[in-house]
Ligand binder design. Structure first.
Ligand SMILES: [Zn+2]
Length: 135
């Protein structure tokens, strides 16, 4: 996806703020371009996983059915204890959201390394890293 530096910084700041728990949220925009991020509550409040209110996600994904409406471009969350690479739990979750990018922010628990952002498309259980075009 294309994303501007300020929006990506906002997502990374959310990940750092919620560490050691995982954070989560959504990226909204149009035609593969991020317009804004929206932080969501990690209902699991856990360093090992995240859980989103499915109804809330569905609202973002199917907002009004209006062609001009923003689309759900990505679901983001953080990894605080492992590399920013989709876990089996992520793969299972992503199966329900085809075409939606899976943005993961890797935050080191010691805070000794720069957070790392990576995005993936996960389709049919196959993980493919996609470019984060930061402008
Ligand atoms: Zn994960």
């Amino acid at each position: 996806m294309k994303i501007d530096r300020a929006t990506l910084d906002e997502i990374v700041a959310h990940a750092v703020r919620d560490a050691p728990n995982e954070c989560c949220g959504v990226v909204l925009g149009r035609d593969g371009s991020a317009a804004r991020a929206r932080a969501l509550e990690n209902l699991a409040a856990s360093p090992f996983r995240f859980d989103i209110d499915g109804r809330e996600l569905i609202e973002y994904a199917f907002a009004e059915g209006d062609e001009d409406a923003e689309q759900l471009i990505a679901i983001y969350h953080s990894h605080t204890r492992s590399a920013p690479y989709p876990s089996q739990t992520d793969i299972n979750f992503a199966a329900g959201w085809p075409g939606v990018e899976w943005l993961i922010i890797g935050v080191s628990k010691a805070g000794d390394a720069e957070p790392e952002a990576r995005s993936y498309l996960i389709e049919g259980g196959v993980i493919r890293e996609v470019e984060l075009e930061v402008s």
